[in-house]
Ligand binder design. Structure first.
Ligand SMILES: NC(=O)CC[C@H](N)C(=O)O
Length: 328
């Protein structure tokens, strides 16, 4: 392929470990996230010249634990406008891994484009021995440059695997193979070639019903983690929140001593599970109808908080809110 015929990919940098710097090559934890810029990252990867023309753009330079709703709204709008440029064929977003799944899911539900959107991070800082960032970015660019990635929603490429933003989660604090999807990845990057085996069946991007038009800030959300010592005083402190995701016991069970305090907050109560996997069922959950609670399907608490906030921009009706959670 001639250079002029290569796809044009915009790399939007958010910071994170992938741009992290430590004092020594063996230090994989004591580093500063977001220390280096997108141009440094691109300069390390001349291999990209064979697969795409990549331009860098620094959107933020944060440790991703500092992600906010405001940044998510700004990034979704920026990615939407980049993808509206005729000359751009796909976007890669470099991101800290701590909240990578939240950003990926938010873009999956709010950016209206069929062009490839890939989010990538790394578990080791750029200065480490066997840093995983360069190969992850190389994989992400190959996916963003691939026609097979079009219409697949937001994808996360880590450790040679291609995941859907609907499912992927950071499953380990430090392991290089930290990113996993409960139903498995969609595909793999094999020797620089993306290979897809399946697609996500739930709606996203062009088929999403969520719109950012006119939204200045997201409804507020809190996640409550159930445990045997949790009491009503903690719940009372959540008065005024729009959404409470309750990461409950087993199949999303709420302790009976908390029910009145939860109702008094006035928040939309979404039942999730603290188990880390599995569905929270609506079947037989009479307490849901009695209390206007809804359940997450199989969504994890952090993504459920985002979906709950977006759902409240569309409706306040409990049965419609439940429909949304069973649809996305
Ligand atoms: N491995 C990582 O990217 C985690 C580091 C950092 N806290 C971040 O998310 O930005």
């Amino acid at each position: 392929m001639t250079r002029a015929a290569l796809p044009n990919i915009r790399m939007v940098a958010m910071g994170g470990t992938i741009a992290g710097a430590a004092a020594s090559s063996t230090d994989t934890t004591g580093y500063r996230a977001g220390a280096t810029g997108v141009d440094d990252l691109l300069a390390q990867l001349p291999e990209l010249h064979a697969i795409a023309r990549v331009d860098g753009e620094q959107f933020a330079q944060i440790d991703s634990s500092d992600l906010t709703g405001e940044l998510l709204l700004g990034l979704a709008r920026r990615v939407t406008s980049i993808l509206a440029e005729d000359a751009v064929d796909g976007v890669v977003i470099t991101h800290g891994t701590d909240t990578l799944e939240e950003t990926a899911y938010f873009l999956h539900l709010t950016v209206r484009s069929a062009k490839p959107i890939v989010v990538v991070g790394s578990m080791r800082p750029a200065t480490a021995l066997s840093a995983d960032g360069p190969m992850n970015v190389f994989g992400a660019v190959t996916v963003a440059a691939s026609p097979a990635a079009a219409g697949q929603g937001v994808l996360v490429v880590m450790n040679d695997e291609i995941h859907t933003a609907r499912d992927v989660t950071k499953s380990s604090s430090l392991r290089v193979s930290s990113f996993e999807s409960p139903h498995g990845p969609l595909g793999a990057v094999i020797a620089g070639v993306p290979v897809f085996y399946r697609s996500v069946s739930r709606p996203h991007t062009l088929a999403s019903e969520f719109s950012l038009a006119g939204i200045e800030s997201l409804p507020t959300s809190a996640v409550v983690y159930a445990h045997s010592g949790l009491d009503a005083r903690f719940i009372e402190g959540l008065a005024g929140y729009d959404v409470i995701v309750h990461a409950g016991f087993g199949n999303g069970t709420v302790a009976s001593r908390l029910i009145d305090a939860l109702a008094a907050t006035g928040a939309l109560l979404i039942r999730a599970t603290r188990t880390g996997s599995g569905q929270v069922t609506t079947i037989g959950a009479s307490a849901d109808a009695a209390n206007s609670w809804i359940t997450v399907d199989d969504q994890n608490p952090q993504r459920a908080a985002l979906l709950g906030a977006l759902a409240l921009t569309v409706t306040r009706d409990p049965s419609e809110l439940q429909r949304i959670f069973l649809r996305y």
